[in-house]
Write a protein that binds this ligand. Structure first.
Ligand SMILES: [Zn+2]
Length: 386
């Protein structure tokens, strides 16, 4: 099985011809749809590279087929790697060259003129780690994100998922209001459990400040003063704060995904993901929270699931998605009643647990059930095994 990981590197806008990249992106879109259009004023080499990808475009990390005509698709490229000892790997005519000897990234043809940018340390470290793990940075993609040029480096590794032990790591993906909860389960017991939360006070504080500045900007705009120095400065501050706000959940999502995959690896556990993001959204809607706050509380939860599965694939951690109920009794399947502080109680059998822990109890029950089925097959007297 091939696993991929991607790293985004921003390219200097002044060195790239953005309109030229746009044209190449349009050409890539056509290529995805099976058309070969040879454009006379674009170098043949880059067009050859592009059409060379036709057969395996869909398998690349970012290579989803564009949904609409003329939507901009990122330009796939092979990579020529020059290693520290001077050895080379990859296609000599590849538009992207990773020079690990001099720590430079060279891009030919795609940004029109050849550009050469120093490789920052975090990029060098990322490449080193992927290579140490037995992977290689074989492909790249170049495209525009919010009109800024980016290079995506794609590492590839061949890996088979391991045979899981008796451990299971159950991850319950909720909104940030209640956090992402996980439980390590073995032999019908919860070995450890945690609800990973954000510092909500600080998070809401930043958000309220952002709203306040937004209102101020709105006032300036209404009186036509938003293009003044003050207005521009305020807009810049708003943009920066917005980025800071979303970075909080993004960093948390990446940190948690890495932590949980490492935990699964340590116990050779099967990773069970209960993606409750849609239910969480509905729950927040029922609480009648404003749309802005709901968006804030759901921010980067999708990214968390994406990163979790990307890392699981990369490290060979077997995983599955499973729906685990949180409002039904895991013992007798009676409907649970919610008490204050999100405590759930079963009026039929007396079972009681925090709401966010119920799915973990369900995972236990399912585990036991499967274990019993397994035993039945092995030890049943009618079994034909000798
Ligand atoms: Zn019950």
């Amino acid at each position: 099985m091939k696993a991929h990981r991607t790293l985004l590197v921003r390219l200097p806008k002044d060195k790239c011809d953005v309109d030229y990249i746009k044209r190449l992106m349009a050409l890539t879109n056509l290529a995805y749809r099976g058309f070969e259009v040879w454009v006379p004023d674009i170098p043949k080499t880059v067009q050859h590279q592009l059409y060379g990808f036709k057969n395996y475009m869909r398998s690349l990390v970012l290579g989803t087929v564009p949904k609409r005509w003329f939507v901009r698709a990122w330009i796939p490229s092979k990579i020529l790697r020059v290693y520290q000892d001077g050895s080379r790997k990859g296609d000599k005519s590849a538009p992207v060259v990773l020079d690990l000897k001099n720590n430079v990234i060279k891009i030919r043809w795609v940004c029109k003129n050849e550009i050469s940018i120093p490789m920052p340390d975090w990029v060098v470290n990322w490449i080193d780690e992927r290579v140490r793990e037995g992977g290689d940075v074989r492909f790249a993609m170049i495209g525009l994100k919010d009109d800024e040029p980016y290079l995506a480096l794609i590492a590839e590794r061949k890996v088979e998922p391991y045979e899981p032990s008796e451990y299971r790591l159950v991850v319950d993906v909720n909104s940030w209001k209640y956090g992402i909860s996980w439980g390590l389960v073995r032999d019908g017991r919860i070995m450890s459990y945690k609800q990973e939360r954000l510092n909500l006070g600080r998070y809401y504080g930043l958000y309220n400040e952002l709203i306040r500045l937004g209102r101020k900007y709105g006032e300036l705009k209404r009186s036509g003063l938003h293009k003044t120095t003050e207005g521009r400065r305020l807009w810049k501050r708003i943009r920066a704060m917005h980025a800071r706000l979303y970075a909080i959940t993004r960093d948390k999502a990446y940190f948690l995904a890495s932590k949980l995959v490492r935990k699964a690896l340590r116990y050779k556990a099967l990773l069970v993901i209960d993606d409750m993001t849609e239910e969480s959204r509905r729950e927040l809607l029922e609480e009648k929270l404003p749309p802005g706050v709901i968006k804030l509380l759901m921010a980067n939860t999708r990214k968390f699931v994406k990163q979790l599965t990307t890392l699981a694939k990369w490290y060979g951690v077997p995983y599955e998605f499973k729906r685990l109920p949180s409002t039904i009794c895991p013992i007798c399947q009676h409907e649970l009643t919610q008490l204050p502080d999100r405590i759930m109680v079963c009026e039929n059998c007396g079972f009681k647990a925090p709401r966010d822990k119920i799915p973990i109890h369900w995972a236990l029950r399912e585990h036991n059930y499967e274990f019993k089925q397994f035993q039945k097959v092995i030890y049943s007297p009618t079994s034909t095994t000798h």
